[in-house]
Design a protein around this ligand. Structure first.
Ligand code: AMP
Length: 425
């Protein structure tokens, strides 16, 4: 047993072999889907300059950055997402647009750890840089849907538009300099009761009546056409109309990409990070109330890349690997991947270890997973061990058989044993 004294730091997690095998299977499925959408794999650096991270992250995430100084006094931080790093990379390079990149990697946020929320976690992330088309937004949503469908998850994507929400904010009279504050309040909508939220608006200098009007207008969830109708009947402005048109174009694109049935509009979704500028979305498991948090989320962020030196529209999404695994585990759909060897090579006497090693090498050369006895145990203990680790076959190397160039091969499922020529293994 591990000593209590040496535990991973709070919010950090070790990954043991069974979980690692399931993760690798998940990653390879995700990579396969990324390939179908022609996303190329990249990885931005894990350690960024603090300035890069803070440039457009918003007050919430800034508090969550693991920041430190290196030995030369440079202010650095661990990446908290992959979007910022990829935006910096794309701004500093000259690939033909649209650039379609993806990454599967770990990141760090100094958050209060709880179920489904860690300080170190993995994301699969895909971004399209350089296209302002609503089809790029739709492709990101469709990609996310295809990932979840590949794992047979029942889910719903809640789609919203920050442009529309902002137009509604302006229409109810929220001042321009309070818009970001209002977004931060709306982002807490699902976590807070209405009264608490109204207090939060007031604390940020937004009048209660305006906040109430806003909350009433945003309490809209449903089919694209219905929500658009309902918003238009409550608030009229040019910006509201154009944001509604964009939502309807997205609807058609989602239909063409065959994922409309997985999507609903939910105007309470605005996403926590300040860098989003247009369509935003989050996916939730539908038949699992326990995990109330998003499995993936994303949206359009047309002003972020410009901060790193090149004006470029962009849209992307990111999904939490641990969250996905928790949903799959709860639904009994986690990929079961064997970590057991194909062969265990046992000896009758330790003098035969060279023969065992040479057989192990030969079988590995043929692509099998092979372990040999390294603990100097009795044959019966070796067989017990082979059984425990789930070896499919045990090769028993004994002095009499070896003299004839043979070994016994035991099928661990049937218990059957055969004498086999070493040359024929
Ligand atoms: P975000 O980068 O905040 O948009 O998050 C994208 C996805 O990453 C979320 O939908 C979650 O699935 C996952 N995620 C975000 N924060 C955490 C966390 N602290 N622990 C585990 N997964 C997370």
């Amino acid at each position: 047993m591990a000593s209590d004294k040496f535990q991973p730091p709070k919010g950090m997690k070790d990954i043991y072999p069974e979980e690692m095998a399931a993760r690798q299977a998940i990653f390879s499925t995700i990579r396969e889907i990324m390939k179908r959408y022609s996303f190329k794999e990249v990885e931005p650096t894990k350690i960024e300059s603090f300035e890069t991270l803070a440039a457009k992250s918003g007050e919430e995430i800034e508090k969550e950055i693991y920041a430190f100084e290196d030995k030369a006094g440079r202010k650095l931080g661990l990446r908290f997402d992959l979007t910022v790093g990829m935006a910096r990379m794309v701004a500093g390079s000259a690939y033909p647009t649209p650039v379609r990149w993806f990454c599967i990697a770990d990141m760090f946020r100094y958050e209060a750890p709880q179920k489904g929320r860690y300080r170190a976690f993995w994301q699969w992330d895909a971004e399209i840089f350089g296209s302002a088309s609503v089809y790029a937004d739709a492709e990101c949503i469709a990609l996310g849907c295809d990932v979840l469908k590949a794992f047979d998850v029942d889910f719903e994507v809640r789609v919203s538009s920050r442009k529309l929400v902002q137009a509604v904010m302006e229409a109810v009279g929220i001042e321009r300099d309070k818009i970001l504050d209002a977004f931060r309040c709306i982002d807490k909508l699902q976590k807070m009761k209405r009264e608490e939220l109204l207090d939060e608006f007031e604390r940020r200098g937004i009048m209660r009546e305006k906040a109430e009007d806003l909350l009433d207008a945003l309490d809209l969830k449903g089919e694209f056409e219905d929500v658009v109708e309902a918003v238009k009947s409550r608030v009229q402005s040019k910006d509201v109309n154009s944001a509604c048109d964009e939502l309807l174009q997205l609807r058609d694109a989602l239909e063409a990409l065959r994922v409309l049935e997985n999507c609903v509009v939910d105007l309470s979704i605005v996403r926590g990070l300040d860098y989003y500028t247009g369509i935003v979305f989050e996916a939730y498991a539908t038949n699992r109330k326990a995990l109330g948090s998003a499995i993936f989320g994303g949206g359009r962020y047309d002003e972020l890349v410009g901060i790193y030196g090149k004006d470029m529209p962009a849209v992307g999404l990111a999904g939490g690997v641990e969250r996905l695994m928790e949903v799959l585990k709860a639904e009994g759909k986690l990929p079961e991947v064997s970590t057991s060897p194909d062969y265990f090579i046992a000896f009758v006497t330790p003098q035969l270890m060279d023969v065992c090693a040479s057989i192990a090498s030969k079988l590995r050369g043929k692509g099998y997973a092979v372990e040999m006895e390294l603990m100097d145990r009795s044959l019966s203990k070796q067989l017990k061990h082979a059984n425990r680790i789930g070896a499919r076959y045990v090769v028993i190397v004994g002095p009499d058989e070896v003299k004839e160039g043979k070994v016994k091969v035991r099928d661990m499922e049937s218990g059957e044993e055969k004498l086999v020529k070493v040359d024929e293994l």
